[in-house]
Design a protein around this ligand. Structure first.
Ligand SMILES: C[S@@+](CC[C@H](N)C(=O)[O-])C[C@H]1O[C@@H](n2cnc3c(N)ncnc32)[C@H](O)[C@@H]1O
Length: 252
């Protein structure tokens, strides 16, 4: 991760730590789906060594713990607050940028939900994960695709996440090491009463909708008017999520 980006991402998620878990309903859906697909793909019920990156408040951690027996689970996050989720799960916590840290040796499971989009080059992390797995080990990872927050992109903001990538890019990064069993993606629209409520939702989930800098009152008013005009309807304004995910097993 670039030197500038990591501290900014960390500050945003640290600030939203107490609001994230309730507000992040889409990320909760994705964590569920990832674990369900991991089970349905034939993953074993027990892993000796498991590693999760970007655990946040523990949406994925909790689901992993209730679906699999993990003798040694290590979880990682940039934000020190995530130590709480690690403790609640009885996991070892590694604080810092997942790309830069030492990982547990030869994990049989590497998992991550809704984190890799914060990396400028998610393929690097995917490839490192594929190489790090024990032979026969499992990878379950989700990120977000190019339609993520398409409303914001239309209005000139990318909400700060540099690593939106297509499912094809994810699969290409892994194909040399893994047999891929599941590739999934969805377009999921949320509705909010007003564009300000969208910004509030983003803030509560650790995303800076105004990533391009501080906004004046008039810029905010213009943004709200443009948003309502282009993306408003009887149910309010939309905000699109585009989760993409992949499950694979390392070849022996
Ligand atoms: C959208 S949250 C997802 C949290 C959780 N996995 C979930 O599914 O709800 C993204 C998390 O990734 C963490 N994160 C972002 N970049 C990271 C990096 N380079 N290394 C480790 N964690 C990172 C953030 O601090 C944040 O907690």
């Amino acid at each position: 991760m670039s030197r500038d980006l990591a501290p900014r991402v960390q500050r945003s998620f640290s600030r939203s730590y107490s609001s994230y878990d309730d507000a992040a309903s889409q990320q909760a859906w994705i964590a569920n789906r990832l674990v369900q697909d991991l089970r349905d793909s034939g993953a074993p019920e027990r892993f000796d060594v498991a590693f999760e990156m970007g655990c946040g408040t523990g949406h994925l951690t909790r689901r992993l713990c209730s679906n699999f027996e993990m003798r040694a689970l290590t979880v990682n996050d940039l934000s020190p607050e995530a130590a709480r989720a690690a403790k609640a799960a009885g996991a070892t916590f590694l604080c810092g940028d997942a790309l830069q840290m030492d990982w547990p040796e030869k994990p049989q499971l590497i998992a991550s939900a809704s984190m890799i989009q914060w990396l400028p080059d998610p393929a690097r992390l995917l490839q490192r994960a594929a190489r790090a797995l024990a032979p026969g080990g499992w990878l379950a990872i989700s990120g977000f695709g190019p339609e993520q927050y398409r409303e914001l992109a239309h209005l000139g903001s990318h909400a700060g996440a540099p690593g939106l990538q297509s499912l094809a890019d994810m699969a290409a990064a892994l194909k040399d090491e893994l047999d891929v069993f599941v590739t999934g993606e969805r377009i999921r629209e949320m509705h909010f009463p007003t564009p300000r409520c969208v910004l509030d939702h983003l803030r509560k989930t650790g995303v800076n909708g105004k990533a391009q800098g501080v906004w004046s009152k008039s810029r905010l008013a213009q943004f709200s008017a443009d948003y309502s005009q282009r993306f408003g309807g009887p149910a309010g304004v939309t905000l699109t999520y585009h989760p993409v995910w992949i499950i694979g097993q390392k070849r022996n």
